[in-house]
Design a protein around this ligand. Sequence first.
Ligand code: GAL
Length: 987
Amino acid sequence: MAIVERLHSFSPGAGRVAPRATASGSAETITLNGRWRFRLVPTLADVTERFMDPEFDDGAWDSIDVPSAWQMAGLRDEDGRLLERGQARFGTPAYTNVIYPFAIDPPFVPDENPTGEYRLAFDVEPQGGGRWLVRFEGVDSMFTVWLNGVELGWSTGSRLPSEFDASAHLRAGRNVLAVRVHQWSAASYLEDQDMWWISGIFRSVSLVHRPDGGIDDHFVHVAFDHHDRSGTVRVETSAAAVVRIPELGVEAASGEAVRIAGVEPWTAETPRLYRAEITNEAETIQIQIGFRTVTVEDGRLLVNGRPIRLRGVNRHEWHPDTGRTLDIATMRRDIELMKRHNINAVRTSHYPPDTRFLDLCDELGLWVIDECDLETHGFGRVNWKRNPSDDPRWREAFLDRMRRMVERDKNHPSIILWSLGNEAGFGQNLSATAAWAHARDPDRLVHYEGDHNASAVDVHSQMYTSPDELRRYGAGIEDVTTDATHDRHRRKLPLILCEYAHAMGNGPGGLREYEELFDRYPRLAGGFVWEWIDHGIRQLRDTEPHRSTEFFAYGGDFGEQLHDGVFIIDGLVFPDRTPSPGLIEYAAVITPVRVTIGEDGIRVENRHDFIDTAGYTFEWSIEAAGCAVSSGVLDVPPVPARSEADLPLPAEVDGAATPDAWITVRVHTATASPAVPAGHQVGAAQRRLTPAAAPVRATRRPVEQHGTGWRLGSALFDRAGGLRSMGGISARPVEIDLWRAPTDNDLNRARGQASCWREAGFDRLRHRVESVEMLDDELLVTTVTAPAGGDLGFRSRAGWAWSDKGLILDFRAEPFGQFRTALNADAARLARATPSTIPRLGVRLWLDLPSDSEIRWLGLGPGEAYPDTTSGAVHGLHTSRVAAMQTPYVRPQENGRRADVTWIEITDGARALHVQADRPLGATVRPWSAEQLTAATHTPGLLEEGGLWLHLDLGQYGIGSAACGPDAFEPYRLGPRAFDLRLRFRM
Ligand code: GAL
């Protein structure tokens, strides 16, 4: 077949051996990873004619690491140093979400088809007879393989393994493997996942020996009977063999079912694996067996007879330097981070991961939905016309992908559901794939969100469903689907949200609302937050002569003509795997051990599905105004899974008389497990015991004239009543502050509020002092604040006084004008938004304090918190520094707010400013203005301006999930209203 025909073929490949299980054992495996010779050509017309010939001279070629994606490898020089932006060596990554970066003309792809030619010369001494296979774990997207000049075959299915029989052509001594990889092929139509388009041999390559009579394939069928706690195992093998599980004293023939009394089952909470071996004369392979049974009963998802709750994430494989090529340490890190944040499930969106990741899920314990490498979302733009999912010419390609996933991964106890793929519409090929999976592996369930009628699947799955709709599903009163014949079946299935709570930028907000519904309705088996990691690409940008700053690139940063911008940055961890505030929030909401402190007692809810609470400690402490009062350990008898216990409050609670006293209970792991250390906090609960202290009475001092302005104690004001300094710290006048740098959720065109806010002009407020009056002991300044181009706003009255307790500000503000009318000016465009919302309600001021100042505050912390993201923060006395309080969202946006703050102190060592409020406020300290934060597109765009901005708010609009999901829920929306506020400044 000529290259062009092959590229435009519906066939998934040729010359490959049958797919089979991953295995390791006595047969030899030789890695071919390493430095290969490499040449990248831009079009098919440029390919190198005889490059596969063993004697071909590749001396002038580049070299590249295998595995790697050539676009990612090309962002570094030969020695691995990051190049400056725009200096890529082998093409650049390109990002689109749904849209195909080529014309929708299946199965054709453009002639402009970057093609990588790879050559590796290697020496082997093949011994022992049998066959030798060349195995590719993943090549993106289509490739042909030659050994010593002879073609072995070709394959597609980027995130799936391909093996070719090399036996006839492998020689003792020098061999040359040549591989030609095309970025685009007909198969690209099946790989339209929301991610970077990057290409090449991005997973490992090896030479695998298959001895004559060896165990080429094995399928471990397991079950756990929860009635008598026995396990059953039956290992099917491609050649007769003996199965041994030494720990259980099992020795059985392959194919023989053995029932074993008293086994410990595998669950994500108790990832119990039994070492076993499958052996015959030709070879021995080592396996790990986990006993478990997955079923659906009464609309519930059960494992080992018990309902499970999925507290999951969608995980793409990503590393900011190497793209989808991950090392084992990174995979392990992902699972550790997940487990340390109470996550118990992973959907491998949207392709089977590196197989070693699944080994780690077995070992460390995560429920897995293994998803096939399939998405045809771009056809949605043309009304799903010619969608491969319903076109019989693609049938074999669909089946091939599913087979290769299931065959490779079928022995992992962690995998409980097979997913047919993502966003590929629906059609006969998906039905066929589901039927094949059911027949091949009756012991697991089949998932596919796009099967809206649930005609082919075992669980009903949805994405970005609102809580209101989810409640209807929970109660079983949802609407009939378009296909009434399957309605009955669908109503008997559990529902999972395979995606919810879009973690883009600052967020997601509103997680608690979902969790409450999952708690309430047994039919709701949980969900998977979208998504695990920001797919940012590490880049260098020249910020000053001789100084480059690292930052993370997103769509459009490589000059792509078509791209979806920052939509690729929507993870719970930043590209370098630093947990974002969203992950902290999620961990708190999904805590498996929930404590609630009531007036009369403490309730401990064990939300695990299998284990009791014996492995946790419960420490309590009482603090008053942030100072420790007493502490101790609660005596909690082991609470069984899915049940609760009530305990008395510590006796010390009664004695708590000091103002602003709080009791906190913290739950920690008592002992270490492989992924979570001992002493790790899994949850916390708090309750206020006594009210805050009554405000102190202050004795006011007279106002004095000072030059053309005024002096109040150590505070100086200009002639317009504007604050200029306090206690030697220069300042700028206090202003009404209604703006925040829009979050990615705010910016969503359909559901976000930012367009309304901009329309109203909250980003361009102008201030006009109306009057300044000097009373005996107060300087009264009235100001009108309104946006440029608008006639609505706030009229405020600031009363300043000096007292023995410091500088006092009594601030009152009232809105004027028709907020609704003004916002409705362009009614058609803005109709869907709530017109009367505002991003923030508060004040701001600028202070001449250095950017490395230390900050202390009494309130929620240590991390940021917004109205609908407060679960991860606890009340107390917190200390940080300005830099550490800025959350480095890849695209700069509102961040860093600390909630419920009653006082905040900023100090540079020599000077300190203490600001006390008469009620809990949101407090934000920044070394740059909100205007700068709004304008910046990447982190190097944020430059310290000198001085600090202090923002104090009475409220902010909630965070929500509007970037791809619902806006902030009703209680977290903010509208204009009159407010008053008293602040006391001490220097
Ligand atoms: C979903 C899709 C994901 C991702 C997400 C938005 O519809 O399945 O792949 O695109 O939306 O970030």
